[in-house]
Design a binder for this molecule. Sequence first.
Ligand SMILES: *Cc1c(COP(=O)(O)O)cnc(C)c1O
Length: 394
Amino acid sequence: MTNLNIERLRSETPGCQNVLHFNNAGAGLMPEPVLNSITNHLRLEAQIGGYEAHHAADLAYRDTYSALEELLGAKPGEIALAENATRAWDQVFYGMKFSAGDEVITAQASYASNYIAMLQRAKNSGVVIRVAPSDAAGQVDVEELSRLISSKTKLICLTHVPTNGGLVNPAAEVGTIAKNHGIPFLLDACQSVGQVPVHVDEIGCDFLSGTGRKYLRGPRGTGFLYVRASSIDLIEPPFLDLHAAVWTKMNEYEMRPDSSRFENWEGYVAGKIGLGTAVRYLLDLGPAATFERIGALAATLRQELSSLPGISVHDIGEVKGGIVTFSHASIEASQIKSHLDAHKVNTNLAHPEWARLDAERRSLPTMIRASVHYYNTDEEILKFCNFVRQAVQG
Ligand SMILES: *Cc1c(COP(=O)(O)O)cnc(C)c1O
Protein backbone atom coordinates (compact mmCIF):
# COMPACT_ATOMS: atom_id res chain seq x y z
CA MET A 1 0.00 0.00 0.00
CA THR A 2 2.79 2.45 0.86
CA ASN A 3 6.54 2.45 1.22
CA LEU A 4 6.36 3.32 4.89
CA ASN A 5 8.17 0.83 7.08
CA ILE A 6 5.45 0.37 9.65
CA GLU A 7 7.42 -2.05 11.77
CA ARG A 8 10.25 0.43 12.14
CA LEU A 9 7.86 3.31 12.80
CA ARG A 10 6.15 1.29 15.54
CA SER A 11 9.43 0.26 17.13
CA GLU A 12 10.32 3.97 17.28
CA THR A 13 7.04 4.66 19.08
CA PRO A 14 7.33 3.46 22.69
CA GLY A 15 3.59 3.82 23.34
CA CYS A 16 2.75 1.13 20.78
CA GLN A 17 3.96 -1.48 23.27
CA ASN A 18 1.51 -0.34 25.94
CA VAL A 19 -1.66 0.80 24.28
CA LEU A 20 -3.81 0.45 21.21
CA HIS A 21 -3.86 4.14 20.40
CA PHE A 22 -6.82 5.43 18.40
CA ASN A 23 -6.76 8.87 20.04
CA ASN A 24 -4.46 10.68 17.64
CA ALA A 25 -6.93 13.54 17.23
CA GLY A 26 -6.51 14.06 20.99
CA ALA A 27 -2.75 13.59 21.11
CA GLY A 28 -0.62 11.41 18.83
CA LEU A 29 1.99 9.13 20.39
CA MET A 30 5.38 10.83 20.34
CA PRO A 31 8.13 8.95 18.50
CA GLU A 32 11.45 8.36 20.25
CA PRO A 33 13.42 11.12 18.45
CA VAL A 34 10.84 13.71 19.56
CA LEU A 35 10.89 12.45 23.14
CA ASN A 36 14.72 12.48 23.13
CA SER A 37 15.03 16.02 21.85
CA ILE A 38 12.70 17.25 24.59
CA THR A 39 14.26 15.31 27.46
CA ASN A 40 17.80 16.14 26.28
CA HIS A 41 16.97 19.81 26.35
CA LEU A 42 15.32 19.63 29.76
CA ARG A 43 18.41 17.86 31.08
CA LEU A 44 20.62 20.56 29.59
CA GLU A 45 18.50 23.24 31.28
CA ALA A 46 19.02 21.52 34.61
CA GLN A 47 22.74 21.08 34.00
CA ILE A 48 23.80 24.50 32.68
CA GLY A 49 20.81 26.84 33.16
CA GLY A 50 17.68 27.58 31.16
CA TYR A 51 18.92 30.63 29.25
CA GLU A 52 22.29 29.06 28.63
CA ALA A 53 20.65 25.88 27.36
CA HIS A 54 18.52 27.90 24.97
CA HIS A 55 21.64 29.64 23.69
CA ALA A 56 23.42 26.33 23.23
CA ALA A 57 20.43 24.85 21.39
CA ASP A 58 19.68 27.92 19.31
CA LEU A 59 20.22 26.14 16.00
CA ALA A 60 17.73 23.39 16.88
CA TYR A 61 15.30 25.99 18.21
CA ARG A 62 15.44 28.02 15.03
CA ASP A 63 15.13 24.89 12.94
CA THR A 64 11.57 24.48 14.25
CA TYR A 65 10.64 27.58 12.25
CA SER A 66 12.48 26.29 9.15
CA ALA A 67 10.84 22.88 9.43
CA LEU A 68 7.35 24.41 9.71
CA GLU A 69 8.12 26.72 6.76
CA GLU A 70 9.13 23.69 4.73
CA LEU A 71 6.08 21.67 5.74
CA LEU A 72 3.57 24.45 5.05
CA GLY A 73 5.29 26.23 2.16
CA ALA A 74 5.73 29.38 4.24
CA LYS A 75 8.52 31.96 3.95
CA PRO A 76 10.96 32.97 6.69
CA GLY A 77 9.26 35.38 9.09
CA GLU A 78 5.76 33.99 8.49
CA ILE A 79 5.69 31.44 11.35
CA ALA A 80 5.04 32.25 15.02
CA LEU A 81 5.24 29.63 17.75
CA ALA A 82 2.49 29.49 20.35
CA GLU A 83 1.40 27.43 23.33
CA ASN A 84 -1.46 25.79 21.44
CA ALA A 85 -3.59 26.17 18.34
CA THR A 86 -6.36 28.09 20.09
CA ARG A 87 -4.12 30.92 21.25
CA ALA A 88 -2.55 31.06 17.78
CA TRP A 89 -6.00 31.37 16.20
CA ASP A 90 -7.02 33.95 18.84
CA GLN A 91 -4.08 36.18 17.91
CA VAL A 92 -5.63 36.62 14.48
CA PHE A 93 -9.29 36.64 15.40
CA TYR A 94 -8.99 39.05 18.34
CA GLY A 95 -6.47 41.09 16.35
CA MET A 96 -9.01 41.93 13.62
CA LYS A 97 -10.53 45.39 13.83
CA PHE A 98 -14.29 44.85 13.58
CA SER A 99 -17.01 47.49 13.60
CA ALA A 100 -20.65 46.84 14.39
CA GLY A 101 -22.31 45.14 11.44
CA ASP A 102 -19.10 43.65 10.03
CA GLU A 103 -19.62 40.05 9.00
CA VAL A 104 -17.59 36.91 9.57
CA ILE A 105 -18.35 33.86 7.46
CA THR A 106 -17.76 30.40 8.86
CA ALA A 107 -19.03 26.86 8.18
CA GLN A 108 -20.78 23.98 9.92
CA ALA A 109 -17.57 22.25 11.02
CA SER A 110 -16.60 25.21 13.23
CA TYR A 111 -14.68 24.25 16.37
CA ALA A 112 -16.27 25.27 19.67
CA SER A 113 -13.46 27.55 20.87
CA ASN A 114 -13.53 29.47 17.58
CA TYR A 115 -17.30 29.84 17.59
CA ILE A 116 -17.31 30.95 21.24
CA ALA A 117 -14.82 33.66 20.29
CA MET A 118 -17.09 34.70 17.41
CA LEU A 119 -20.07 34.85 19.78
CA GLN A 120 -18.06 36.99 22.17
CA ARG A 121 -17.15 39.45 19.45
CA ALA A 122 -20.73 39.42 18.25
CA LYS A 123 -21.74 40.44 21.77
CA ASN A 124 -19.00 43.00 22.38
CA SER A 125 -18.29 44.41 18.91
CA GLY A 126 -21.52 43.80 17.01
CA VAL A 127 -19.95 41.32 14.62
CA VAL A 128 -22.49 39.33 12.60
CA ILE A 129 -21.78 35.61 12.13
CA ARG A 130 -22.89 34.03 8.85
CA VAL A 131 -22.70 30.23 8.61
CA ALA A 132 -22.29 28.67 5.17
CA PRO A 133 -24.36 25.49 4.81
CA SER A 134 -22.94 22.10 3.92
CA ASP A 135 -23.51 20.35 0.61
CA ALA A 136 -25.02 16.90 0.12
CA ALA A 137 -21.68 15.22 0.84
CA GLY A 138 -21.36 17.11 4.13
CA GLN A 139 -18.52 19.49 3.32
CA VAL A 140 -18.86 23.28 3.20
CA ASP A 141 -20.97 24.28 0.20
CA VAL A 142 -18.51 26.53 -1.59
CA GLU A 143 -21.09 28.13 -3.87
CA GLU A 144 -23.40 28.93 -0.99
CA LEU A 145 -20.45 30.35 0.92
CA SER A 146 -19.59 32.66 -1.95
CA ARG A 147 -23.20 33.85 -2.03
CA LEU A 148 -22.89 35.03 1.60
CA ILE A 149 -20.08 37.41 0.68
CA SER A 150 -20.91 41.11 0.64
CA SER A 151 -19.20 44.43 1.23
CA LYS A 152 -19.70 43.76 4.96
CA THR A 153 -17.65 40.53 4.94
CA LYS A 154 -14.42 41.07 6.85
CA LEU A 155 -13.16 37.53 7.42
CA ILE A 156 -13.69 33.92 6.40
CA CYS A 157 -12.94 31.34 9.14
CA LEU A 158 -12.89 27.70 8.11
CA THR A 159 -12.13 24.56 10.10
CA HIS A 160 -10.19 22.36 7.69
CA VAL A 161 -10.77 19.06 9.51
CA PRO A 162 -13.30 19.16 12.35
CA THR A 163 -12.74 17.77 15.82
CA ASN A 164 -15.75 15.47 15.47
CA GLY A 165 -15.28 13.44 12.31
CA GLY A 166 -13.56 12.35 9.13
CA LEU A 167 -14.53 15.35 7.00
CA VAL A 168 -11.77 17.17 5.11
CA ASN A 169 -13.18 20.50 3.96
CA PRO A 170 -12.22 21.83 0.50
CA ALA A 171 -9.98 24.56 1.93
CA ALA A 172 -8.34 25.45 -1.40
CA GLU A 173 -11.73 26.12 -3.03
CA VAL A 174 -12.62 28.44 -0.17
CA GLY A 175 -9.17 30.04 -0.56
CA THR A 176 -9.86 30.79 -4.22
CA ILE A 177 -13.14 32.50 -3.35
CA ALA A 178 -11.50 34.49 -0.54
CA LYS A 179 -8.74 35.62 -2.88
CA ASN A 180 -11.16 36.57 -5.68
CA HIS A 181 -13.11 38.77 -3.27
CA GLY A 182 -10.05 40.10 -1.43
CA ILE A 183 -11.29 38.78 1.91
CA PRO A 184 -8.83 37.57 4.58
CA PHE A 185 -9.01 33.81 5.13
CA LEU A 186 -8.20 32.23 8.52
CA LEU A 187 -7.84 28.45 8.43
CA ASP A 188 -8.05 26.28 11.55
CA ALA A 189 -5.68 23.51 10.46
CA CYS A 190 -5.36 22.00 13.92
CA GLN A 191 -6.51 18.50 12.91
CA SER A 192 -5.18 18.68 9.36
CA VAL A 193 -1.49 19.59 9.66
CA GLY A 194 0.30 16.27 10.13
CA GLN A 195 -2.68 14.37 8.76
CA VAL A 196 -3.45 15.97 5.38
CA PRO A 197 -0.81 17.63 3.17
CA VAL A 198 -1.24 21.37 3.84
CA HIS A 199 0.43 24.04 1.70
CA VAL A 200 -0.46 27.67 2.38
CA ASP A 201 -0.12 28.83 -1.25
CA GLU A 202 -2.14 25.96 -2.65
CA ILE A 203 -4.85 26.68 -0.09
CA GLY A 204 -4.53 30.44 -0.39
CA CYS A 205 -5.05 31.22 3.28
CA ASP A 206 -3.78 34.41 4.90
CA PHE A 207 -3.59 32.90 8.36
CA LEU A 208 -3.39 29.33 9.63
CA SER A 209 -3.28 27.86 13.13
CA GLY A 210 -2.07 24.42 14.19
CA THR A 211 -1.04 22.40 17.21
CA GLY A 212 1.95 20.24 18.05
CA ARG A 213 0.48 17.32 19.93
CA LYS A 214 -2.14 15.89 17.56
CA TYR A 215 -1.29 14.49 14.12
CA LEU A 216 2.19 16.03 14.19
CA ARG A 217 3.05 13.79 17.17
CA GLY A 218 4.84 16.61 18.96
CA PRO A 219 4.65 17.51 22.65
CA ARG A 220 1.67 18.99 24.45
CA GLY A 221 1.74 22.72 25.09
CA THR A 222 2.97 23.66 21.61
CA GLY A 223 1.22 25.30 18.67
CA PHE A 224 1.98 27.59 15.76
CA LEU A 225 0.57 30.36 13.62
CA TYR A 226 1.21 31.15 9.97
CA VAL A 227 0.72 34.76 8.90
CA ARG A 228 1.19 35.64 5.22
CA ALA A 229 3.71 38.50 5.06
CA SER A 230 1.45 40.57 2.81
CA SER A 231 -1.45 40.19 5.28
CA ILE A 232 0.38 40.91 8.53
CA ASP A 233 -0.89 44.50 8.77
CA LEU A 234 -4.52 43.39 8.59
CA ILE A 235 -4.28 42.41 12.24
CA GLU A 236 -2.84 43.95 15.35
CA PRO A 237 -1.73 41.50 18.04
CA PRO A 238 -4.10 41.86 21.00
CA PHE A 239 -1.15 41.45 23.39
CA LEU A 240 2.34 42.89 22.99
CA ASP A 241 5.37 42.31 25.15
CA LEU A 242 9.11 42.98 24.97
CA HIS A 243 9.54 40.11 22.50
CA ALA A 244 6.70 41.11 20.18
CA ALA A 245 7.69 44.78 20.25
CA VAL A 246 10.64 46.99 21.24
CA TRP A 247 10.29 49.89 23.70
CA THR A 248 12.12 52.35 21.46
CA LYS A 249 11.55 55.65 23.30
CA MET A 250 10.01 56.58 26.63
CA ASN A 251 6.54 56.83 25.12
CA GLU A 252 6.94 54.72 22.02
CA TYR A 253 7.29 51.14 20.90
CA GLU A 254 7.72 49.36 17.61
CA MET A 255 6.23 46.02 16.77
CA ARG A 256 8.56 43.42 15.31
CA PRO A 257 8.31 43.43 11.52
CA ASP A 258 7.54 39.72 11.19
CA SER A 259 5.36 37.04 12.79
CA SER A 260 7.30 37.15 16.03
CA ARG A 261 4.99 40.04 16.98
CA PHE A 262 2.39 37.33 17.68
CA GLU A 263 4.64 35.49 20.11
CA ASN A 264 5.56 36.22 23.69
CA TRP A 265 8.83 36.00 25.49
CA GLU A 266 8.51 33.08 27.85
CA GLY A 267 7.74 29.67 26.47
CA TYR A 268 8.34 25.96 26.54
CA VAL A 269 11.73 25.87 24.81
CA ALA A 270 12.18 22.10 25.09
CA GLY A 271 8.71 21.60 23.66
CA LYS A 272 9.35 23.95 20.75
CA ILE A 273 12.53 22.05 19.93
CA GLY A 274 10.55 18.81 20.15
CA LEU A 275 7.94 20.25 17.80
CA GLY A 276 10.67 20.89 15.24
CA THR A 277 11.87 17.31 15.57
CA ALA A 278 8.30 16.09 15.04
CA VAL A 279 7.92 18.16 11.88
CA ARG A 280 11.24 16.89 10.52
CA TYR A 281 10.13 13.34 11.31
CA LEU A 282 7.02 13.84 9.18
CA LEU A 283 8.95 15.54 6.38
CA ASP A 284 11.22 12.49 6.22
CA LEU A 285 8.24 10.17 5.81
CA GLY A 286 6.40 12.46 3.40
CA PRO A 287 2.98 13.95 4.19
CA ALA A 288 1.43 12.50 1.01
CA ALA A 289 2.44 8.93 1.90
CA THR A 290 1.33 9.24 5.50
CA PHE A 291 -2.05 10.72 4.52
CA GLU A 292 -2.64 7.91 2.05
CA ARG A 293 -2.10 5.35 4.78
CA ILE A 294 -4.19 7.23 7.34
CA GLY A 295 -7.07 7.45 4.86
CA ALA A 296 -6.87 3.75 3.99
CA LEU A 297 -6.79 2.64 7.64
CA ALA A 298 -9.73 4.86 8.52
CA ALA A 299 -11.74 3.54 5.56
CA THR A 300 -11.15 -0.02 6.76
CA LEU A 301 -12.15 0.93 10.29
CA ARG A 302 -15.39 2.56 9.09
CA GLN A 303 -16.24 -0.50 7.02
CA GLU A 304 -15.57 -2.94 9.88
CA LEU A 305 -17.52 -0.86 12.39
CA SER A 306 -20.49 -0.55 10.04
CA SER A 307 -20.87 -4.31 9.99
CA LEU A 308 -21.32 -4.46 13.78
CA PRO A 309 -24.93 -4.71 14.99
CA GLY A 310 -26.40 -1.44 16.29
CA ILE A 311 -23.36 0.67 15.37
CA SER A 312 -23.69 3.77 13.19
CA VAL A 313 -20.66 5.52 11.71
CA HIS A 314 -21.22 9.27 11.42
CA ASP A 315 -18.40 10.55 9.21
CA ILE A 316 -19.30 12.77 6.28
CA GLY A 317 -17.49 14.45 3.39
CA GLU A 318 -16.24 13.78 -0.10
CA VAL A 319 -12.68 13.40 1.21
CA LYS A 320 -12.28 11.65 4.54
CA GLY A 321 -9.29 11.49 6.84
CA GLY A 322 -8.30 9.56 9.95
CA ILE A 323 -11.01 10.59 12.42
CA VAL A 324 -13.74 7.97 12.75
CA THR A 325 -16.84 8.68 14.84
CA PHE A 326 -19.57 6.23 15.74
CA SER A 327 -22.31 5.48 18.23
CA HIS A 328 -24.58 2.59 19.22
CA ALA A 329 -28.36 2.67 18.89
CA SER A 330 -28.99 2.13 22.61
CA ILE A 331 -25.68 1.88 24.51
CA GLU A 332 -24.09 5.13 25.67
CA ALA A 333 -20.78 6.06 24.08
CA SER A 334 -19.25 6.55 27.53
CA GLN A 335 -20.09 2.95 28.43
CA ILE A 336 -18.39 1.62 25.31
CA LYS A 337 -15.40 3.86 25.95
CA SER A 338 -15.08 2.54 29.52
CA HIS A 339 -14.84 -0.99 28.15
CA LEU A 340 -12.16 0.12 25.68
CA ASP A 341 -10.27 2.01 28.44
CA ALA A 342 -10.22 -1.14 30.58
CA HIS A 343 -8.41 -2.94 27.75
CA LYS A 344 -5.88 -0.14 27.14
CA VAL A 345 -7.60 0.90 23.95
CA ASN A 346 -7.44 4.67 23.65
CA THR A 347 -10.28 6.66 22.11
CA ASN A 348 -12.08 9.83 23.05
CA LEU A 349 -15.66 10.95 23.23
CA ALA A 350 -16.83 13.57 20.72
CA HIS A 351 -19.39 15.70 22.49
CA PRO A 352 -22.03 17.67 20.56
CA GLU A 353 -20.88 20.93 22.17
CA TRP A 354 -17.44 20.65 20.58
CA ALA A 355 -18.95 21.32 17.16
CA ARG A 356 -22.50 22.35 17.89
CA LEU A 357 -23.42 23.71 14.46
CA ASP A 358 -22.78 20.33 12.88
CA ALA A 359 -24.02 18.28 15.84
CA GLU A 360 -27.41 20.00 15.99
CA ARG A 361 -27.88 19.96 12.23
CA ARG A 362 -27.32 16.21 12.16
CA SER A 363 -28.80 15.48 15.63
CA LEU A 364 -25.56 13.80 16.65
CA PRO A 365 -25.33 12.06 20.02
CA THR A 366 -22.14 11.93 22.04
CA MET A 367 -19.99 9.71 19.83
CA ILE A 368 -16.87 7.63 20.24
CA ARG A 369 -14.00 9.19 18.34
CA ALA A 370 -11.44 6.66 17.12
CA SER A 371 -8.69 8.53 15.30
CA VAL A 372 -6.06 6.48 13.52
CA HIS A 373 -2.52 7.39 12.51
CA TYR A 374 -0.12 5.92 9.96
CA TYR A 375 1.58 3.83 12.66
CA ASN A 376 -1.64 1.97 13.43
CA THR A 377 -2.28 -1.36 11.71
CA ASP A 378 -5.06 -3.46 10.19
CA GLU A 379 -4.49 -5.94 13.01
CA GLU A 380 -5.23 -3.21 15.56
CA ILE A 381 -8.42 -2.35 13.67
CA LEU A 382 -9.65 -5.93 13.97
CA LYS A 383 -8.75 -6.04 17.67
CA PHE A 384 -10.50 -2.74 18.17
CA CYS A 385 -13.69 -3.94 16.50
CA ASN A 386 -13.66 -7.06 18.66
CA PHE A 387 -13.53 -4.92 21.79
CA VAL A 388 -16.39 -2.78 20.50
CA ARG A 389 -18.38 -5.96 19.76
CA GLN A 390 -17.77 -7.21 23.33
CA ALA A 391 -18.84 -3.85 24.72
CA VAL A 392 -22.15 -3.81 22.88
CA GLN A 393 -22.92 -7.48 23.41
CA GLY A 394 -22.24 -7.20 27.16
C1 LIG B 1 -8.04 20.47 19.06
C2 LIG B 1 -8.61 21.47 18.11
C3 LIG B 1 -8.33 22.84 18.26
C4 LIG B 1 -7.60 23.39 19.46
O1 LIG B 1 -6.26 23.03 19.54
P1 LIG B 1 -5.47 23.30 20.90
O2 LIG B 1 -4.05 23.02 20.56
O3 LIG B 1 -6.05 22.37 21.91
O4 LIG B 1 -5.69 24.73 21.27
C5 LIG B 1 -8.77 23.70 17.29
N1 LIG B 1 -9.48 23.26 16.25
C6 LIG B 1 -9.80 21.96 16.08
C7 LIG B 1 -10.59 21.55 14.88
C8 LIG B 1 -9.37 21.02 17.01
O5 LIG B 1 -9.71 19.74 16.87
